[in-house]
Ligand binder design. Sequence first.
Ligand code: PAP
Length: 335
Amino acid sequence: MLSSQSLSITNESKQDAEYNKICEEYKNMMKTLPKGNGWRVQHLYNYNGFWLDSETLKTNMILNTYFKTQPTDIFLASFMKTGTTWLKALMFSIINRHRYAFSDHYLHHHGPQSTFPFIDSEVYPVNDFTHISAPRLFATHYARDILPLCMTSCKFVYICRDPKDVLISKWIFMSKLRSKDLTPLLLGEAFELFCQGVSEYGPYWQHVLSYWRASLESPDKILFMKYEDIKEQPKVELKKLAAFLGNPFTLEEVEKGVVEEIVRLCSFENLSKLEVNKKGIERFGKLVEVEKRDFFRKGEIGDWRNYLSKEMKDRIDAIFDDKLKGSGLVLTSRD
Ligand code: PAP
């Protein structure tokens, strides 16, 4: 009979053998995948229709095998630079509104990044996250079509944004992280790559559509939000979000101004001036380090006007109108 110690050793070696198999599959697959130009690193790989760098591709395979969901888990999904930081702060503040006073809140001392885990930079052995109480919140940039299967039965909040603002925000952010061994990525090059869909986690239109279609099929499971809507009518959007998270605001809370408190606490103006968001570094996996202040740039609608020509604007709008045609979704601003 096996002792509990030898049982756990047997389990560990089984896990390691499984992990070695994933590494082998990953190495073989990388040789066959189409390659494109990366924004941060040299190459992206087209994995089931989506462009990923080698690290996030490997993590996707690891999560597929090792990540264990709970039925009450809620995921925040987003393409890069569409409002992840903002939504992290909002979701966390809504769920934990009875836990922290607004005058001395968790967010005053910790950045939105640390409110809940971003799973795309997990490495083996994957955290089991069993220490987090339900409902556990997680964030991911993976498109719906390449999510680890176990996640697709959980609830999702998805946030999207005008592609022109996403392009500019992403180009500026990635330029800061870009490997010093590479030549700088010019805006014209980033624009061409974005229009071809070659951009980490992209094509952006395919990313949005993957969640949009799923939200039409299962509106109770996926809440589809727009950055611009939250900017323009924050209280309406927050009430929707709270109800979806299973924590609707009571009439008493509304009358006491709790919704306004959360809007104010999580606003760009408030978060970007907090010391905790101005200094220090956020680590993603083993390789990526981001200055915390780089998550807060302008936080505006329409900053693309300071960067894109009329021709560039028209081309992006035409591409997205075409790709989203018939879906019922419009992402591009008209003016
Ligand atoms: P990520 O993909 O690296 O997680 P993400 O948080 O999705 O980035 O997007 C960053 C954008 O949201 C930045 O936009 P900008 O470059 O056009 O300025 C950032 O400024 C903006 N942002 C961050 N926090 C907030 C907030 N509280 N309210 C509104 N916008 C915000």
